[in-house]
Design a protein around this ligand. Structure first.
Ligand SMILES: [Zn+2]
Length: 246
């Protein structure tokens, strides 16, 4: 396909001989490595320093084309003159930062005291967007841990959840990906995650059902095999879901 983009500042400076767009260069790298690059995958390992800024310009140029196709007068409408640049920045650095930026640094510590009682963290606010329409998914997440050999700070769960959810998703997969990341970080003996979220896909468009939410969970390790532990997890989460001020 021949590109219609202006041959100015959205081409990779290092690749002026091939004249490829930065998105094409990054995609080629990913394909060469045989890695998946679905909407909910993190691709930061394939983006070199300085390239995200070039990608930001390319995406802005594409969003401007989208607005033009929607027959919005981006040249004269003062409200939308810089919308393309804002949307590009928002996608790459805010709402979908979990695709383009590396995982926040999480240090784990050895479980010296051999803690083995379960604990839960939540509610942690999670914000995402559906992969199908790119409209918001907003919700709460609870994480339960039966510690293994390593422990991480409580606030780190919120940071990792934010990073994982800041991608286009379907809720079922988001919870699985978060569970995988937490297992990698602290290797718990048991892990449970519950997410309750509102889907603007259903509220704002489609069936326009404003009060429906979706709840799903994943349990791993001892939470899966030990029924009483699993019940304890759900009971603790129930207590954290009650609205109280402390
Ligand atoms: Zn949707």
């Amino acid at each position: 396909m021949t590109s219609t983009l202006p041959n100015d500042n959205i081409r990779n400076l290092d690749d002026q001989f091939t004249n490829k767009l930065i998105s094409e260069i990054i995609r080629d790298r990913i394909r060469k490595s045989g890695t998946r690059f679905s909407a909910n995958d993190n691709i930061s390992n394939f983006i070199n320093p300085g390239e995200l800024e070039i990608l930001e310009k390319e995406v802005a140029s594409r969003v401007k084309d989208l607005l033009r196709s929607l027959i919005i007068d981006v040249e004269n409408d003062h409200n939308t003159q810089e919308t393309a640049e804002r949307v590009s920045k928002m996608y790459l650095n805010e709402v979908f930062k979990g695709r383009y930026h590396k995982q926040p640094k999480v240090t784990s510590f050895p479980n010296d005291k051999n803690l083995d009682e379960i604990y839960t963290v939540g509610p942690i606010t999670v914000r995402s967007a559906c992969s199908h329409h790119l409209v918001p998914i907003l919700g709460d997440c609870w994480i339960g841990i039966k510690p293994g050999n390593k422990v991480i700070g409580l606030s780190k769960f919120a940071r990792v959840a934010d990073w994982v959810f800041s991608r286009p998703h379907i809720q079922e997969e988001a919870v699985m990906i978060l569970a995988d990341e937490i297992e990698k970080l602290c290797e718990p003996k048991g892990l449970g995650i519950i997410v309750k979220a509102q889907h603007y896909c259903m509220k704002w468009r489609g069936v326009k059902e404003p009060n429906t939410s979706m709840i799903n969970s994943v349990v791993r390790g001892d939470f899966r095999h030990d029924l009483s532990l699993k019940q304890e997890f759900f009971e603790l989460v129930k207590q954290q879901s009650v609205n109280n001020n402390y």
